[in-house]
Design a protein around this ligand. Structure first.
Ligand SMILES: C[S@@+](CC[C@H](N)C(=O)[O-])C[C@H]1O[C@@H](n2cnc3c(N)ncnc32)[C@H](O)[C@@H]1O
Length: 304
């Protein structure tokens, strides 16, 4: 969820961390240990790890959004000794290189809080279907591929496959067809234009809808543009090389596709023991306070 602070007449966007206590409790944070926050976002988890590992716990923070890294660097410096953390503008799939670059062989705990932050969602970067801005959707502005390129240039069949595979959208073919028809007249420039086209493809009635008809297509495009599944799979493949014995990895996912990747990786993997019988979901109070948390699932595992 987004909370807005009005400071000196400036509007400041904030991201409210999801399942914060549950996740950091799982990591069993202690002084003298080394932790990785692979998705620093606004730094909610990073701060909590640094607080709980006073005086000498060390935090390695990673985010593929350069602005997030710069902002969290400033925030952390206000509260913590600079010697206790090091942040990287990078992909968490490169976690093993980053750890080695710092001279560590292994770490004691890793957290991933997947997806995008409220700041990215509301930042006029094309993630929200309510925006007038550009169709971008890159978390990392250093990458080439944008949603604009996919929506305006990809063949209909591939578009339909993307929307089906990453969005579980049953109207994927209809939506892809409508997108291709529309772009023959005029390139699709903004999220608002795209969501109007999707609505036309799938929604004939006038009743009230539970979710916006563009929700799944936007999610699918975001996952595809940012190769989110590939990063997660690559990350999971490095775990055995970077966790100490007894080290813990905690992963929060927000939709079934990424949760399935996590679940299947650890299923029957004798090197890891699950720390809870079922994935942990937010309590009703958290969902009421922060509706964005409602689809969150936390899974944590110990390297044995
Ligand atoms: C849900 S937010 C994390 C919020 C954070 N836990 C907090 O308390 O503020 C997800 C963040 O992960 C970053 N991210 C997503 N995929 C990533 C990846 N493969 N590598 C590095 N960062 C990634 C996004 O840029 C975003 O800032």
């Amino acid at each position: 969820m987004l909370s807005i602070n009005i400071k000196n007449n400036m509007t400041e966007l904030k991201h409210i961390p999801v399942l914060l206590n549950e996740t950091v409790n799982m990591l069993n944070v202690m002084p003298g240990r080394v932790y990785v926050d692979g998705t620093i976002g606004s730094g909610g988890f990073s701060k909590e790890i640094l607080r709980r590992s006073v005086p000498d716990g060390f935090l390695i923070g990673i985010d593929r959004d350069e602005d997030a890294v710069k902002n969290v660097q400033i925030e952390l410096e206000k509260e913590f000794d600079k010697k206790r953390f090091k942040l990287f503008y990078s992909n968490f799939s490169k976690i093993d290189n980053i750890i080695r670059e710092l001279g560590f062989k292994n770490v004691d705990g890793i957290v991933l809080d997947l997806g995008i932050s409220s700041i990215q969602l509301e930042g006029n970067r094309g993630f929200s279907f309510k925006e007038e801005g550009g169709l971008d959707m890159r978390m990392d502005k250093g990458e080439q591929l944008t949603a604009y390129e996919v929506v305006n240039n990809y063949p209909e069949k591939i578009l339909a496959d993307i929307i089906w595979k990453y969005g579980d959208e049953r109207y994927s073919r209809k939506i892809a067809k409508k997108i291709v028809e529309s772009r023959k007249n005029k390139q699709i420039e903004t999220p608002l234009e795209l969501s109007a086209i999707i609505k036309k493809a799938v929604f004939k009635g006038s009743g009230k809808l539970k979710i916006d008809p563009a929700t799944k297509t936007f999610m699918a495009l975001r996952i595809f543009v940012n190769k989110e599944y590939d990063s997660l799979i690559e990350f999971l493949g490095t775990l055995k090389n970077i966790l100490n014995a007894g080290g813990i990895v905690a992963i929060i996912s927000f939709h079934s596709g990424e949760d399935r990747i996590v679940k299947n990786f650890f299923k029957n993997n004798l090197s890891f023991k699950s720390l809870s019988k079922k994935p942990i979901s937010p309590l009703n109070e958290e969902i009421k306070f922060n509706p964005r948390s409602r689809s969150a699932k936390l899974r944590a595992f110990c390297y044995v």
